[in-house]
Design a protein around this ligand. Structure first.
Ligand code: 5GP
Length: 177
């Protein structure tokens, strides 16, 4: 058990569990993207831990860049995002793989994908470490999912609670207390 700010969290995935999941996702990507010179776009900040583990296991030639988008303040329902660190122009004509930490309602990913289209990639796939299928509001195909979880709040492995906990190497879940 671990206390972060005012909340208690318990372990959901150990470092070994995480490693097995990342092995599986990397094997699938190495097989599916062979010969396609994929371009991995990592969604900051949350996906950085997952991405560095994943990319270490990618054995085919590939590109890598980091992007950061935030929802417009008070306008989340419009599904618009603003670029802090935008998609690089050289994704044009490339086979993009978007690397995300978690897809919850799908709002962020939906807005990001529509933004992506302006950059004219050849194809776009999504790999997300976690997904909450019961929370998804938008019908999105997530090509590669590490683990599906329920409507619960998780922390660690890049994911924060109020700015804290990203550095925790395991994945923890709020125990309701
Ligand atoms: P969506 O737009 O899909 O609803 O939300 C996606 C973003 O919400 C994620 O990139 C992440 O930043 C945040 N998020 C969603 N669920 C969780 C969770 O259980 N824990 C944490 N720490 N962040 C979450």
């Amino acid at each position: 058990m671990m206390k972060v700010k005012d909340k208690n969290f318990v372990e959901m995935l150990s470092k070994e569990d995480i490693s097995c999941i990342v092995d599986r996702l990397a094997a699938a990507l190495n097989a599916d993207m062979a010969g396609k010179n994929p371009y991995f776009l990592v969604m900051m900040n949350g996906a950085v831990f997952f991405a560095t583990d994943l990319l270490r296991r990618i054995t085919i030639p590939c590109g890598l860049a980091f992007v950061k988008y935030t929802s417009y303040e008070g306008m989340r329902s419009t599904g618009k995002v603003t670029a802090v660190l935008p998609v690089p122009a050289d994704v044009k004509g490339r086979n993009v793989v978007v690397v995300e930490d978690i897809v919850d309602t799908g709002e962020t990913m939906k807005a990001f994908l529509s933004e992506m289209q302006r950059y004219a990639p050849e194809s776009v796939r999504i790999v997300s470490f976690l997904a909450k299928p019961a929370a998804m509001k938008h019908p999105l195909l997530i090509d590669y999912v590490g683990k599906e979880i329920g409507n619960e709040f998780v922390l660690g492995y890049g994911l924060d609670y109020d700015g804290l906990g990203r550095n925790v190497p395991e994945l923890l879940v709020y125990d309701g207390k």
